[in-house]
Design a protein around this ligand. Sequence first.
Ligand SMILES: *Cc1c(COP(=O)(O)O)cnc(C)c1O
Length: 233
Amino acid sequence: MTSRTDEIAAGLEETRERIARAAEKAGRAADEVHLVVVTKFFPASDVRILAGLGVTDVGENRHQEAERKAAECADLGLRWHYIGGLQSNKAAAVAAYADVVESVDRRSLLSRLSRGAGERGQSLDVLLQVSLDPPDREGRAGADPGDVRDLAAEVVATDGLRLRGLMAVAPLGEDPAAAFARLARIREDFLVEHPEATVLSAGMSGDLEQAISHGATHVRVGSAVLGERPTVK
Ligand SMILES: *Cc1c(COP(=O)(O)O)cnc(C)c1O
């Protein structure tokens, strides 16, 4: 029987190879692309195994689960990325443990994130989540591309928040390469005004190659490393 550690080590190695191959194909250095392992639905014991295998960054998308795991794994020195939908009334609490909030998509979150960061006594890295969905898509997450410029300016003007870049998810039912090509153009405009905010978080288990070919600096990979998630929500 293979142990959970062996299983995770194999998924991790395969994912790191995929990243290296995609970077090479895009003419980029493999160390330009950072791996964030998405640990949602998986136990804190898996997070501990990941840290032992050299993973430095983990992603979570549900506040209560993330808060609990971050507390259980506080000794590991990991960077916690919050990548899920954010309710305004939870934003300050998320800023208490997250090192990066990748899913900032509206202005009303900013003062609460700022308050949470202030209470913690450190600044909070922020990515703006850009929607690549059509405007009428049900359950659309992320800011409209046309709102990114104003939202970025608001983040820069907010105490305790550091604008680091953009995040996006490729829409279902569209070729991810086409979606990430749109994202690359949005990012080009964004970088003119915010040249320091170079992070581009894009690409998951199914489309990390396309994301890397369009400039992703961070890929968020869950199932390819950890296996299928339990389907219950
Ligand atoms: C779950 C999730 C991922 C990881 O998805 P996989 O397909 O398991 O790699 C990446 N990004 C976000 C925003 C997610 O919610």
